[in-house]
Design a protein around this ligand. Structure first.
Ligand code: NAD
Length: 529
């Protein structure tokens, strides 16, 4: 590991990324760094192929996606192992959190996109009585650029690729520089499934390659990553007046009310905070517990945490693998050190893992108490295996604490009274709020995914996510062309009087007051003939 940079990624003169296993430091493989010219060529190829793809039926597109799904299923173990080696997570978790959700998403969008994008008739009220009709049709955008992070190197890009292809678009994907081989595997699967030549390509590379994709003439950028990079992407997209979806960071709160099922909540907190070594945008990063149940809850959380097995992701039985990069491990260590320096108590963990795992980027699953909102650990995204616990006395206080954040991705409320849970959920500023659940709804293809506040703009997944990948076009038809419209030229005195009448009566939206204008309308029509 001595020769590696902070990100385990070397971008030397050979224009190559070297991908390392974060658990061992062993090289996993290499991938090219695509230049801006190569990115532009990929976009041009996708644009050329898109015209024919966009003209295909949903069923024909779905057949290709379902073939890709069969390949993923047949190669499940190999793909999960590659994810584990590049990202550090346990193979079992790669299957549960990356492959199962995408297999489900693939069948859902392959079969349902046609229905989800069915043309819609719009009720245009009284205009309909004049022989007019309106409907919305959904057209492909053209070429969609996808820029993805390393924490779910398979599930995040595959979901977006499938949805963009099903919507009829060409796609160019730039995977994270920490997980380029998973990106290339995605390209390979879709190629073998029969995606037309050039329609979908993967350009591996670093931030400059991502920036080149934003600068290439794509029609939309789907970006997932940090707030800092998301802002840069947003600015670059705005310069081109190009729309973008930004799926950014989180600092997701979990509220455990006094009537919660303590055992379930404790287990959920431990999984929600430590799955993927805490490197999920929707990880539980702040846990607020009612003071009455706090002692029992925190004791159980500590007990469960100490039972977790930390090991290389490729070793059977591992619960928690390595963190994906040294940089991330350093952020986690700095947040914990800062919290401890300001009075936090470490209930378990609190340091880089020693012993046989010391050669990899492992951090002990950590539970902290005695934290407050002045500490970095409660304000900035930690993105690591740390669960800070804080107590509250009242519901109002819990909501105030949950909303005291620049982020708003997901949140959870734990209570035996689901009615109470739903009422509280609606007071929390987050794109998704779960009652008696944590973290997992990115895995439900049907539900929208996206944040409020600095957690991002726009949605992925569900119908809302699909609508981000099409242009909604309004088609308006006038079936009665016999008579000129009342509001066309010339603006005679009679016309002006009618317009005043329209302002008073037609705009009520009711037919009865409008019908009182009929004599005036007839006079106006006669005048226009
Ligand atoms: P990052 O912002 O460092 O990188 C994300 C991607 O952007 C990478 O592919 C990177 O190469 C590329 N990139 C870097 N600079 C760029 C530029 N100037 N222009 C265009 N692309 C550029 O994020 P990361 O460290 O890979 O991912 C972790 C972050 O992602 C966390 O903040 C996490 O919360 C967030 N995340 C959010 C979601 C969500 O759905 N909201 C999901 C997963 C991760």
């Amino acid at each position: 590991m001595a020769t590696q940079t902070l990100d385990r990624t070397t971008t030397d003169a050979t224009r190559e990324i070297i991908s390392y296993d974060p658990a061992t430091g062993a090289e996993v493989g290499r991938a090219p760094i695509a230049s801006a010219a190569e990115v532009a060529r990929a976009v041009a190829r996708a644009r050329e192929a898109q015209a024919a793809w966009g003209a295909l039926s949903f069923r024909a597109r779905g057949r290709v996606v379902l073939r890709a799904r069969e390949l993923v299923l047949a190669e499940l173990e190999e793909i999960a192992k590659l994810i584990a080696r590049e990202a550090g997570k346990p193979v079992a978790e790669a299957i549960a959190m990356e492959l199962v959700p995408t297999l489900d998403l693939m069948q859902f969008f392959a079969r349902r996109t046609q229905r989800l994008l069915r043309p819609e008739k719009i009720d245009i009220g009284q205009y309909g009585l004049m022989g007019r009709s309106s409907r919305i049709v959904y057209r492909p955008l053209g070429v969609v650029g996808i820029i993805s992070p390393w924490n779910f190197p398979w599930a995040i890009p595959v979901g977006e690729v499938v949805m963009a292809l099903m919507a009829g678009n060409g796609v160019v994907l730039k995977p994270s520089e920490l997980t380029p081989l998973v990106g290339l595997e995605i390209a390979d699967v879709f190629k073998r499934a029969g995606v037309p030549e050039g329609l979908f390509s993967v350009v591996t590379g670093d931030g400059a390659t991502g920036a080149a994709l934003v600068e290439a003439s794509v029609d939309k950028i789907m970006f997932t990553g940090s707030v800092a990079t998301g802002k840069r992407v947003g600015v670059a997209a705005a310069e081109r007046l190009m729309p973008c979806v930004l799926e950014l960071g989180g600092k997701d709160p979990m509220l455990v009310l006094e009537d919660a099922d303590v055992e379930a909540a404790a287990r959920a907190a431990v999984w929600g905070a430590f799955a993927n070594s805490g490197q999920a945008c929707a990880s539980v990063e702040r846990c607020y517990v009612h003071e009455r149940i706090a002692p029992g809850f925190s004791a159980r959380v500590v007990e469960l945490t100490q039972q977790l097995k930390q090991d290389a992701g490729t070793h059977a039985g591992a619960d928690i693998g390595a963190m994906s990069s040294e940089r991330q491990l350093q952020i986690v260590a700095a947040h914990v050190e800062d919290a401890v320096a300001h009075g936090a108590r470490v209930l378990t963990g609190g340091q880089r893992t020693a012993g046989a795992l010391a050669k990899g980027w492992f951090y002990e699953p950590t539970v902290l108490a005695n934290v407050n909102h002045a500490m970095t650990i409660m304000r900035e995204e930690t993105f690591g295996p740390v669960l800070p616990l804080m107590t509250f006395k009242t519901e109002d206080e819990a909501i105030r604490l949950a909303n005291d954040s620049i982020f708003g991705l997901t949140a959870s409320v734990w209570t035996r009274d689901t009615g109470r849970g739903k009422a509280l959920a609606e007071q929390i500023e987050a794109g998704t709020v779960m009652v008696n659940e944590v973290l997992y709804t990115h895995g439900i293809a049907q539900t929208p995914w996206g944040g409020m506040k600095q957690s991002g703009l726009g949605r992925t997944h569900g119908r809302a996510g699909l609508l981000e990948l099409v242009a909604a076009q309004h088609i308006h038809v006038n079936r009665i062309t016999l008579l000129p419209d009342l509001w066309w030229f010339n603006y005679t005195a009679r016309a002006a009087a009618l317009f005043r009448g329209l302002a008073r009566r037609f705009t009520t939206g009711s037919v009865w007051p409008t019908s009182l204008l009929l004599p005036q309308m007839l006079r106006r029509w006669r005048e226009r003939r």
